[in-house]
Design a protein around this ligand. Sequence first.
Ligand code: BTN
Length: 253
Amino acid sequence: MKWPAEAVWEAVVPLLPGFTVEVLPQVDSTNSELMRRARAGQAEPVLLVAEQQTAGRGRMGRTWHAQPGDALMFSLGLPLAPADWSGLSLAVGVSLAESLHPAVQLKWPNDLWLQDRKLGGILIETASFGQSGQEQRYAVVGVGINLAARDAAGLSTPPAWLAELLPQCDAGQALLRVAPGLVQALLAFQESGFAPFQVRFNARDALRDRPVVLSDGTAGTAHGASESGALLVHTPGGMKPITSSEVSVRPRR
Ligand code: BTN
């Protein structure tokens, strides 16, 4: 597979000095690899793409499987120092959705959705590096986007794939489409937090005004993201801001 590594590098390096792009035929998980490097003191900005992952990870300890060629899988690692981290995964989702297609929606907190099916997911992890007392944080933003039809077994929602929207778009083109905007979004988030992304998230919110059920059993109606990225759910007990990543939310059908 031919990757447009140089084109991605050229688009990103003016924003992120020292940035590199690396393509691996196989790795356990691009997130795990960048987290290992950060813990070992390698904290340069890098975009790591894998053609295959043998132990891809999703949120909440889930696995993330894809056959080679069926998904775009990459992680972007960079030092990041926002005043407030809340809403980061939503800002990442906004950027990816806007770079991909007007029909791509967002399901709080960080799934890309197409017509109520999962198109992609985001896994953000952070590691600290540097001297004690002057520690900095390294963010690893992992992105998986389905490109082609895949086996739906074991998935809680049936999948969607990018070819439904962009039939000619292969993994390399999809990467080139999303990477520069993602870096811009992370730098904007570092500067100004989630607030500038709130309206943009809400414009693509797949749950907006829909009945939802939280994993703790609470039922209500979703009312978009708050200024800090919490999901606002109108429940019989009043408006509830949902912030915990341990609470999952699904539309009530
Ligand atoms: C989710 O849907 O729960 C998040 C899925 C994130 C998958 C991507 S694929 C590239 C990166 N490496 C991983 O191990 N996970 C992320």
